[in-house]
Design a protein around this ligand. Sequence first.
Ligand code: GLU
Length: 497
Amino acid sequence: MKARVRYAPSPTGLQHIGSVRTALFNYLFARSVGGTFILRLEDTDRTRSSDVFVKNLYDTFKWLGFYWDEGPDVGGPVGPYTQSERFALYREHAERLVGLGKAYYCFCADDKGARKDEPEEERGEADAQAPAGFGYQRTCRNMDPAEASRRSSSGEPHVIRLKIPLDGVTGFDDLLLGRIEWKNADVNPDPVLLKSDGFPTYHLANVVDDHLMGITHVMRAQEWIPSAPLHMIMYEAFGWEPPKLCHLPMVHGEDGHKLSKRHGATAVDEFRKKGYLEAALINYVAMLGCSYEDGRDIFSLDDLSRLFSIDHINKAPAVFDYAKLEWFNGQYIRMLSDAQLVERITPFMIDASLVWSPPNEQEEAVLLGAAPLVKERLKYLSDAPEALRFLFLAPELPPLSDFVPKKFDTARTALALSAARDLLLTVDVSNHDATEAASRAKAEELGIKLGDLLLPLRVAVTGTRVSPPLFQSIAVLGTAKAVARADKAIAALKAAD
Ligand code: GLU
């Protein structure tokens, strides 16, 4: 049977690293076995779901560039793929379980679906995780079905609850973790499937949809393990074959706690805005708790799709290492061609108001000339405006102390800068070896170190002590502008003397 997997987010927050990891593993699994990857929007929690988060979901995956084969926006044979458009189905299935004697009407609830003396019921999705003995007392479980049916037909508010067997064991074979079992007596007693307002709970909608959508494998975060016995009991009650379950290891921060904002950026948007390349993020996230081929770190989406295997997923939690992700990003930046790098940094340059939108021809040429100079240095695309600003705007005159090499005074600095300025007029700045040799000769002639000759020039031209390679930068900037900046600095140094 062809594998069908789904990513089933609830649009109640921004897409974050953990959710993208779940989606990616499902995608890679589908690709590795020639299966289908489906998006299902689990928006049954109408108060917390928001279109803002749905938009964020679509934007995130369009940016990441791996997408579902079936879903609300692309359609497919088993739609609709948004749960709020499927409510009739859930009611029908809950009623079916009542008919089968596997679920029952419960009238203990007030009209909001929550009993005043049973606050945990209001916890909705979390109720599967309530400690045993802490939940519903099964008051309506033994009501005569005829009476229950009469009361429900007369319009009395009610919920539908699943009958959890009173004894015995429920379990499943997790593809990663092996056999997991619960005593039924320990499973949350008789959870609500359909609320009194006719809305399904997460459990009902999730199980009905996985079945109706032909899902063969459920890969989701380990935090969903406590829901699994309930789901298994429901499959059994319906007489359906359950999908295979695979609960993925959690993603932790370096301190061993679940990855959260405390550790740093977690929303994918933040990484995008910071200037991470999507290929780097995908590569890194794919390795969170899974290995591919020994001795290699860099994998394209195609490589990952080919090499992915559930057998290579670790059981232990994965640790999110921001420094490692940064390393990946640097690697991916270096792999870009100059033209690609220009394309990727341009939005950041526009945002910083350093170039027009779109850049004009001259700006385009400067960016292309500068690309090889910064490619080795950028950690993120967002570093580009700072590194390249001097090519588009004359820097403010830095404090004079920035110009002065160790053991120099301003007069001596002015002399060194004048010499370097004059040198600029005699060399071909685009010829690295020639400028290097000429600068060395000049430094020797003046009896100073090469670094001390060039530092004041670097500060004058770029406004900072740390810049891309100096002469190559000047080649992109134009010698005339560099000389003018040097002249301004020389005048300031002399005036201070
Ligand atoms: N809607 C659930 C979530 O937000 C889906 C859990 C599952 O994959 O079964 O993660």
